[in-house]
Design a protein around this ligand. Structure first.
Ligand SMILES: [Zn+2]
Length: 474
């Protein structure tokens, strides 16, 4: 993820006279400061390629001025004056993209059968190292921990991305030991109200919720100005759109809309859903009608190809070597099993889902992206976020479109596009410095050399090194 020593990056750096006003950001603790490579009020990134996150063509040889955490100036290097005393970084050969805004992240990793271990420390560092400066957790099994971590990062006492902290899963009875089981719609309303009061800023409905419970949860969340997404099964995508849901997770994998004889409020099981979808042509009128229905109801779709990929034969996912050795060998065995499996239904479904996601995007739907570090392992925070961008390109989006999905689209969904998600004067300086040109070669996105969040530059190598061999433990 980091191949260029930061010393090389800052070779032309000059130190600045501290005459500028303090940045509009919290005071960072020493625990955070140890990962910082650049922290001066005015920074000039010169001779850099700017990929602004809107899908616009890259601009070559630009100068971007960061002042007090915001983007103060952006223009051609030859005509943009570098303010006196700015810390100058010559980024010739490098690109900047907006900080990634990823929408299906978790602060846990599968450690045993049906059990998720807490990864608040390691994952928050790895997400930031991978270029993620804002993220939504897609459901939590840690209760207050997600909320507390989000607050600690905001306050500057812990290092990591800005977090839209999702409450524990909004679900009916399920086999998951770490989830609450809703009793009825009144309970769903009470549950949403309780977690919103506790500080949760978003919600995720899950596979065994009823339509009545979902309706109550949507109503209570919206009443408070909060959004709710779903990894559904018991409720179809069409029904959820009619009930006012804001987003649907996992592309179309969780859609039970095309399952024959589906019983209302009952999850027919993920394999039945996939079988129903596998028989389906993404160009069919039925699918096109569902896409139109979702778009008409302003429902976003979150792509999570990274977790699907671990269930199908394919390349070793990136980042496995940072895992705790026990978890790494557990995953290595899982990987070997998957490579032998030639009849995996997800492997068959993967190209279908990719075509469906692209169809939704091309039809004008708000496509979001996340990684979902669950399944049987192999989805590693930060590394997987870069892989998700690659997978969108492999699915048929252009690199610029894939970058937009993973930046501006997320910000748009979060209602924060005025501050984050693209590179523009006046916005927060959340920027990823990449060695190479991801607009031409998307795999260059793996070569992150520096990550700016609120104008402060974090060293990805240091962040990774601090948790290497321990990921999955804490
Ligand atoms: Zn998830």
């Amino acid at each position: 993820m980091s191949t260029i020593p930061l010393r090389a990056l800052g070779a032309s750096a000059l130190l600045l006279v501290p005459t500028f006003v303090a940045a509009q950001r919290p005071t960072l603790s020493t625990a955070v400061k140890q990962y910082i490579a650049v922290d001066t009020p005015v920074v000039a990134l010169t001779h850099v390629r700017v990929i602004d996150g809107t899908g616009a063509a890259p601009k070559e040889d630009q100068t971007l001025i960061i002042r007090d955490g915001n983007i103060a100036l952006l223009g051609a290097a030859r005509s943009t004056k570098v303010p006196d005393g700015a810390q100058v970084m010559d980024l010739t050969g490098k690109s900047i993209i907006p900080g990634l805004v990823m929408m299906h992240e978790h602060l846990y990793y599968p450690t045993g059968p049906g059990v998720y271990g807490a990864d608040y420390v390691s994952f928050s560092r790895l997400y930031l190292a991978g270029g993620v400066t804002s993220m939504r957790t897609g459901g939590n099994v840690g209760g207050y921990a997600d909320l507390n971590l989000a607050a600690a990062i905001k306050a500057g006492t812990q290092v990591g991305p800005w977090i839209d902290a999702t409450a524990p899963y909004v679900n009916g009875p399920s086999p998951f030991t770490q989830m609450y089981a809703l009793k009825d719609s009144a309970d769903a309303r009470r549950f949403v109200a309780f977690w919103a009061d506790a500080g949760a800023t978003s919600f995720k409905a899950y596979m065994n919720i009823t339509r009545a419970e979902l309706a109550a949860a949507v109503d209570e969340a919206h009443r408070r100005g909060l959004k709710i997404t779903g990894h559904l099964c018991s409720v179809t995508y069409r029904e959820a759109a009619d009930l006012g849901i804001d987003d649907l997770e996992h592309g179309f994998l969780a859609s039970t809309d095309f399952v024959k004889d589906k019983q209302p409020d009952v999850c027919p099981g993920q394999s039945a859903a996939i079988a129903g979808l596998n028989a389906f042509d993404p160009k069919s009128p039925e699918f096109t009608a569902l896409v139109q229905h979702l778009i008409a109801h302003h429902v976003a779709i979150t792509s999570t190809l990274t977790v699907f990929e671990t269930f199908a034969p394919g390349p070793v996912p990136p980042g496995i070597d940072v895992l705790d050795p026990v978890l790494k060998s557990q995953y290595d065995q899982q990987y070997a099993r998957v490579q032998q499996n030639t009849t995996s239904p997800i492997a068959k479904f993967l190209p279908v889902d990719r075509a469906m996601e692209v169809a939704f995007f091309r039809a004008g739907g708000l496509l979001l992206a996340g990684t979902d570090p669950t399944g049987a392992g192999g989805v590693i925070a930060g590394y997987a976020d870069q892989r998700q961008v690659e997978l969108l390109v492999e699915s048929g989006l252009t690199p610029l479109e894939a970058i937009k999905v993973c930046t501006l689209n997320g910000a748009t969904y979060l209602g924060r596009a005025d501050r984050i998600g693209s590179i523009a004067v006046g916005k927060q300086a959340d920027l990823v410095v990449i060695d190479g040109n991801p607009a031409a070669t998307i795999a260059d996105i793996r070569h992150v050399t520096l990550v700016f969040k609120q104008g402060v530059g974090y060293d990805p190598a240091k962040l990774i090194e601090s948790v290497k061999g321990k990921v999955g433990l804490f």
